[in-house]
Design a protein. Structure first.
Ligand code: NAP
Length: 244
C-alpha cells in the first residue's frame, strides 16, 4: 500500500504543532503549506511548500496532482478566503477535509470588552484622543487612518517596508509577549488606554488580554468571521487522535 499524504494548510502555531505531532507516523507523508507572508517563519516538521495555489481551482489541482489523502485546514480563524477555497477544493477533488480551529477568547470577570464586527467599527469605537494599542498586521491598519486624533502603538512581527497609514504612531517590532507582566509593562510604558484586537483565540497572543484586565484597560474586540463548515477539532491533540 502506498503512503498516505496529509496536506496541512498552516500559518498558525497549532498547524506547526500538528506537523510536529504527525511527522513520525508510519506510512505518512506530511506537507505543510504556508502563504509566505512571514519573512522568517518558525521551523516546521515535515515538508513545507510556500505560496498561493491560485484559488480553489488551483488548490483542487494540487490535491489531485500530489495525491493528497487528507486536507487539514489549520489556518488562522480570520483567514476566511483560504478556508473557503479549501472547502471547495476538497469537494471538487473528493479529498477528505477536517478543520483545526482553536476556540475563541471569552470575556472573564473583570474584562472590559466591547465587541465589534469589523475593523472599521473598531476604529469608530475608540474615544477621542486615546492612546490605543493595535495588535494587528499592517494589512489591517487602514481603517485607523480615519482617527488622526488618536495615538497608536502598533506591534508587528515583521518591520513594515513603508510608513504605516496612521497620523501618529509608535512601532513595536516584536512577537506577542508570552507573559501578562511583559504586556503590562509595555502598556504602561506607552500609557495605553485601549487595546484593539481580533478574537484570534489560542494562548500565543492572549497575555495582552490578561494584562488589559489587570490594568483595567478597555478592549475593542473584533469578532471572528463565520467559521468554516465541516468536521472541526478544537485542539491539535483531538485532531491528531481522530485521524489515526
Ligand atoms: P486569506 O485571506 O484567507 O487567503 C488569501 C490567499 O492567500 C488565499 O486565497 C491563498 O492564495 C493564499 N493562502 C492563504 N493561506 C495559505 C496557505 N496556508 N497556503 C497557501 N496559500 C495560502 O489568508 P490571510 O488572512 O491572508 O492569511 C494568510 C496566511 O497567514 C494563512 O495561512 C493564515 O493561516 C496565516 N495567518 C493569518 C492571520 C490573519 O490574521 N488572517 C494571522 C496569522 C496567520 P491562493 O488563492 O492563490 O491559493
Amino acid at each position: 500500500m502506498r503512503d498516505r499524504t496529509i496536506l496541512i494548510l498552516g500559518g498558525t502555531r497549532e498547524a506547526a504543532r500538528l506537523a510536529e505531532r504527525l511527522v513520525g507516523r508510519p506510512a505518512t507523508r506530511l506537507v505543510t503549506s504556508l502563504a509566505g507572508r512571514t519573512e522568517n517563519p518558525a521551523s516546521i516538521a515535515g515538508e513545507v511548500r510556500t505560496g498561493g495555489f491560485g484559488g480553489a481551482g488551483g488548490l483542487a489541482d494540487f490535491l489531485v496532482a500530489k495525491g493528497i489523502d487528507l486536507l487539514v485546514d489549520a489556518t488562522h480563524p480570520f483567514a476566511s478566503r483560504i478556508s473557503a477555497n479549501a472547502e471547495m477544493a476538497a469537494k471538487a477533488a473528493q479529498v477528505h477535509r477536517v478543520v483545526l480551529l482553536r476556540p475563541d477568547w471569552r470575556p472573564q470577570e473583570g474584562d472590559r470588552w466591547r465587541m465589534v464586527d469589523t475593523l472599521e467599527e473598531a476604529a469608530r469605537a475608540l474615544p477621542g484622543a486615546t492612546r490605543a494599542f493595535l495588535a494587528l498586521g499592517s494589512q489591517h491598519l487602514a481603517p485607523f487612518a480615519a482617527r488622526p486624533d488618536c495615538h497608536f502603538v502598533v506591534r508587528m512581527i515583521d518591520a513594515p517596508a513603508d510608513r504605516l497609514p496612521l497620523a501618529a504612531y509608535d512601532l513595536v517590532v516584536a512577537r506577542p509577549g508570552s507573559e501578562p507582566e511583559e504586556e503590562s509593562r509595555l502598556f504602561e510604558y506607552h500609557r495605553i488606554g485601549h487595546v484593539v484586537c481580533r478574537n484570534s483565540g489560542g494562548n500565543g497572543a492572549r497575555a495582552k488580554l490578561d494584562a488589559a484586565r489587570a490594568l483595567g484597560l478597555d478592549v475593542v474586540m473584533v469578532r471572528r468571521p463565520e467559521p468554516p463548515a465541516g468536521e472541526t477539532f478544537p485542539t491539535v491533540e483531538t485532531l491528531a487522535d481522530a485521524i489515526g
